[in-house]
Design a protein around this ligand. Structure first.
Ligand code: AMP
Length: 491
């Protein structure tokens, strides 16, 4: 049974924009959520990114905003995103789906000058897309009033929790008018998010398209065991990329230092590569991401800053240069591929030191990841033998100084499919150790910086970067990216 976009209650302008996007039919979350959002009902959407959830709230919001006008400093709708990149992505969605609707929007994210954002707010905007910290900064400066908000969306609520943003979100809730529609999207529903929904949503209907820990059937996973250290891993990585049919790949390292080392190494070996990590200036992060999305380079080496929520069309591969030490980061990382119905491939390079992390990952995803050799053959699943077996292959191929001899191919190796916990939002893992431990203790505390400030109402001055910066201590340079500024940044 498939339903068409025409049947969802959307007007012609929105339908035309949808049709221009090439979408033929709504995704499951869209089919369920759009009619519901149009009725004004509060809603909890349990869905991961890649399911089309952004359009499931942006399309009906555009429809609803088509009547009425925004007043100066009084936006009519508000979308909260945990990270700058996700906020920018949602703003892009408004441009695409709202192209036939005369709506105004403002993107309030950290790392961008206040003046331009304030000028927009003063003119009046229909949609405000913001990260919590920057929104609170503007509110504190008296530049916005939330009294006219009719629809409030909290996207990636579980990620907000991970990042320690729940106190900020609650503060924002308290500034909203009582009569409003609230939509909360979350990949998972931990207790704290349930509490939030009980406190602030009114008789919400729950729409669930991917229950926690369901299989991401489109991703083929494989694990390559490496004996040795970074030199051998870098050689194996090159062999892997050369042997695979990579159209574009995200390569994840656990440490920022290694992001730069691996990117530089790949570059030296002639690969088309850039890097992305949390200590880069926001403008450079956005530019790098934009260029990667545009296909300006094939490979991007990243820290977990890129692990969540990023929507990069047709990403063929995700490679974990390091096994993530938080099992859930594995799921978020590999969720960058195999999106929107496409197939994807996820490889993980592991060493003997990673055994305990691997066990946690396999426990979380509920299955064993296929062990493969760099030549694509199935490796001995018994860890000690597999290691020896693969190490020999790895050594051989690296000693051939990068000749394309490895053809690691999980498809040929009868790879198990990954069971992916519903994804995503975005961002770091080690990079936000503090919020994670807060979550575990179930006792959120104010971020350290705020404790310096006696005014309790003062928000964090810049949002997601702070904890990450504290955690990532490295100081290396980043790969230069040239002058190109992608369109999505020219707003
Ligand atoms: P999201 O889950 O919102 O991050 O969306 C994931 C991807 O699915 C994005 O690239 C969207 O452009 C795409 N998408 C959203 N809705 C549809 C649809 N109805 N048909 C095909 N692709 C879609």
């Amino acid at each position: 049974m498939s339903i068409s976009f025409d049947e969802l209650g959307l007007g012609q302008s929105v339908l035309n924009a949808v049709s221009d996007s090439g979408y033929t039919e709504p995704t499951e979350i869209q089919a369920q959520a759009i009619p519901l959002v149009l009725t004004g009902q509060d809603m909890i959407g349990v869905a991961q990114t890649g399911t089309g959830k952004t359009a499931s709230f942006t399309l009906p919001m555009i429809e609803k905003l088509s009547t009425g006008r925004a007043r100066a400093r009084m936006p009519r709708s508000l979308i909260l995103e945990p990270t700058r990149e996700l906020a920018a992505q949602v703003a892009d969605n408004f441009d695409v789906y709202g192209k036939y609707s005369k709506l105004t929007k403002a993107l309030l994210i950290g790392g961008v000058a206040f003046a331009e954002q304030e000028a927009k707010l003063t003119r009046g905007v229909d949609v405000l897309i913001a990260t919590p910290g920057r929104l609170l900064d503007h509110l504190e400066r008296g530049k916005i009033l939330l009294a006219d908000i009719k629809t409030f969306v909290i996207d990636e609520a579980d990620r907000m929790l991970d990042m320690g943003f729940i106190p900020d979100v609650e503060r924002i809730f308290k500034l909203l008018p009582k009569t409003r529609q609230t939509l909360m999207f979350s990949a998972t529903m931990p207790a704290e998010i349930r509490r939030l929904s009980k406190t602030y949503l009114k008789d919400p209907l729950q729409v669930e398209v991917a229950p926690p820990a369901t299989t991401s059937k489109n991703i083929t996973q494989a694990l390559v065991t490496i004996r040795g250290s970074h030199k051998e891993k870098r050689a194996a990585l090159r062999d892997l990329i050369r042997g695979e049919n990579v159209s574009n790949a995200l390569i994840f390292c656990n440490r920022k230092r290694d992001v730069t080392i691996v990117a530089n190494s790949l570059s030296r070996h002639g690969f088309d590569v850039a890097s992305l990590h949390g200590d880069m200036a926001q403008s450079l992060r956005m530019e790098t991401l934009g260029r990667f999305k545009n296909g300006d380079f094939k490979l991007m080496v990243a820290s977990d800053v890129a692990a969540r929520g990023l929507d990069i069309v047709n990403m063929s591969h995700v490679i974990n240069y390091d096994v993530p030490s938080h099992a859930e980061d594995y799921v978020h990382r590999i969720g960058r591929t195999g999106r929107a119905g496409n197939t994807g491939h996820a490889f993980t390079l592991s060493t003997s030191e990673d055994r305990k992390y691997l066990a946690a990952i396999e426990n979380l995803i509920g299955e064993k990841i296929s062990r493969v050799n760099l030549d694509g053959t199935k490796a001995d699943p018994e860890p000690a033998n597999a290691e020896k077996n693969v190490a020999q292959k790895s050594h051989r191929s690296s000693s051939n100084s990068g000749k394309a001899q490895a053809t690691a191919n999980p498809r040929r190796a009868d790879t198990a499919r990954g069971r992916a916990k519903p994804d995503d939002s975005e961002q770091q893992s080690k990079e936000t150790k503090a919020p994670r431990s807060r979550q575990r203790n179930d006792r959120p505390t104010e971020p350290a910086r705020r404790q310096d400030k006696p005014t309790v109402d003062h928000p964090r001055k810049s949002d997601e970067g702070r904890n990450r910066r504290n955690a990532e201590k490295d100081t290396e340079n980043v790969v230069g990216l040239g002058d190109h500024v992608p369109n999505f940044l020219r707003r």
